[in-house]
Design a protein around this ligand. Structure first.
Ligand SMILES: Cc1cc2nc3c(=O)[nH]c(=O)nc-3n(C[C@H](O)[C@H](O)[C@H](O)COP(=O)(O)OP(=O)(O)OC[C@H]3O[C@@H](n4cnc5c(N)ncnc54)[C@H](O)[C@@H]3O)c2cc1C
Length: 298
């Protein structure tokens, strides 16, 4: 890491300019971030935030597995957690504490090896703990916030707070976070279980994904939320949109709620295909699909 000094605060992280965000999103698209900070740890992040212009636009980035960053990029500062906030430890008899940048897969395996059950569903979600908290990521009947005991947040002045789940409005792939705060870590409270059974469940989760999803191709997972009582994939398939292509973006043949980058897609291709799917599904079924993927930039 290159030490940086900004407005006479000594920082231990790494500050980059014009960092291409295509390198940091699972779709592999997106223009540059004006500034891009990789904190050395939580204290360093607090110091970095405390000296930032209060009007600087901020974007928190985990593994970029749910982000569509525009081709023009992000005119502000990106805070990268992945590879930076990496603490992972046991917390009491049934708890696991994970910092925001730890991958969900690592949390799932760590808990399973301790014989703590409940977090196995996280094994198939290719994001970070911070992203899972922000999205209330879920799969196979489990959701992140089912297991959260407490979190720490940080605000844009670098102030750290402990918060309990009742401080958040939590729903399906939706979490309302107190304005101007982001997740630093979470403590999950899990259920005593058997390590071998938990690891076997992880194997099953991954095997099922391999069968039903275009794993290995650049995607953002499910592009749309499931409407109440139905599945976005079913509606997209029923509208005859499987395989539909705009530029390098294509509705997956394997799972219709996935859009894949076939090689040289731009963010604009992705955005146009998303809108086209929304329009066609609404025309055929009367249902307006709501995006799960978050857009950044114009
Ligand atoms: C192949 C594939 C399969 C997937 N399967 C699933 C699935 O089964 N279930 C599911 O729910 N999702 C799934 N996803 C989507 C995605 O993995 C999840 O939404 C994941 O939680 C995003 O985590 P991330 O670290 O990549 O977040 P990012 O994409 O980096 O960010 C997503 C959002 O969270 C915010 N954010 C990130 N970190 C923080 C933080 N520390 N504090 C506050 N906000 C933060 C970002 O600003 C952004 O708004 C899948 C994606 C892919 C590519």
């Amino acid at each position: 890491m290159i030490p940086v000094e900004v407005r006479s605060v000594s920082l231990r992280g790494e500050l980059r300019s014009d960092e291409p965000l295509a390198r940091h999103t699972s779709w592999g698209v997106g223009g540059p971030a004006r500034s891009f900070y990789r904190p050395a740890d939580a204290a360093d992040l607090a110091a970095f935030l405390s000296q930032l212009d209060p009007n600087e636009p901020l974007l928190w980035l985990g593994l970029g597995s749910n982000l569509l960053v525009s081709d023009t990029g992000f005119a502000g500062t990106v805070i990268q957690t992945q590879g930076c906030l990496t603490g992972l430890e046991r917390a009491g008899d049934q708890g696991v504490r994970a910092e925001a940048g730890v991958s969900c897969a690592k949390v799932a395996r760590f808990a399973a090896r301790l014989g703590l059950a409940g977090a196995e569903f996280l094994a198939g979600i290719p994001g970070t703990m911070g992203g899972a908290l922000a999205m209330n990521a879920g799969a196979h009947g489990g959701e992140t916030w089912d297991w959260v005991h407490r979190v720490h947040t940080i605000d844009r002045r670098g102030k750290i707070r402990e918060r309990l789940p009742d401080a958040f409005d939590i729903g399906y792939r939706h979490v309302e976070i107190p304005r101007g705060e982001w997740f630093l870590d979470a403590e999950l409270q899990l259920t005593p279980g058997d390590d071998k059974a938990c690891l076997e469940r992880i194997r099953e989760v991954l095997e099922r994904r391999g069968r039903t999803q275009p794993i290995g191709l650049p995607s953002c997972g499910s592009v749309f939320r499931n409407p109440p009582g139905d599945h976005a994939a079913r509606l997209i398939e029923a509208a005859g949109l499987k395989g539909l292509r705009i530029g390098g973006a294509q509705v997956s043949e394997k799972h219709a709620n996935f859009i894949i980058n076939t090689g040289a897609a731009t963010a604009s291709d992705m955005a146009r295909l998303i809108e086209r799917v929304q329009t066609e599904v609404e025309r055929r079924s009367g249902i307006r699909l709501i995006r799960e993927v978050r857009r950044v930039g114009d």
